[in-house]
Design a protein around this ligand. Structure first.
Ligand SMILES: [Zn+2]
Length: 125
């Protein structure tokens, strides 16, 4: 489980730096919330996860399973996906809004920025 917790990875840092530059303030990896979200916007009751495509099983090129140890990796990734889904449900149950940014999306930080601003500034949708 510790290996899933890739703290301070490139994509996550890129998103954090971008939002911080824009004046957003947040806390990190709060242990008291399901899944320890990467960024927590407490007054807005919103959280952001920055997920690595491979370990979290994104449906993209980076999320493809390797050709060796297929059983091992597919089990690991499906467990991660199940846990991610459970965390999102638990957060929603506690009235938190969740936005997931995928590693591959951070190649285009501009569109990530637009999506996050919509998410953070949006009302109770
Ligand atoms: Zn991806």
């Amino acid at each position: 489980m510790a290996s899933v917790r890739q703290k301070d990875t490139g994509p996550e840092m890129a998103v954090r730096r971008m939002l911080h530059r824009m004046g957003y303030r947040y806390s990190l990896h709060r242990r008291n919330l399901p899944g320890r979200p990467d960024l927590v916007f407490k007054p807005r009751r919103k959280v952001v996860f920055v997920h690595g495509c491979f370990l979290h099983g994104h449906d993209c090129r980076k999320g493809r399973l390797p050709t060796s140890r297929v059983a091992y990796w597919s089990e690991k990734v499906s467990k991660n996906k199940a846990r991610d889904a459970r965390n999102v449900r638990d957060l929603a149950d506690r009235d938190w809004k969740v936005c997931i940014v995928w590693e591959c999306e951070t190649a285009d930080l501009d569109s990530v920025r637009q999506r996050l601003v919509r998410f953070l500034e949006g009302g109770a949708s």
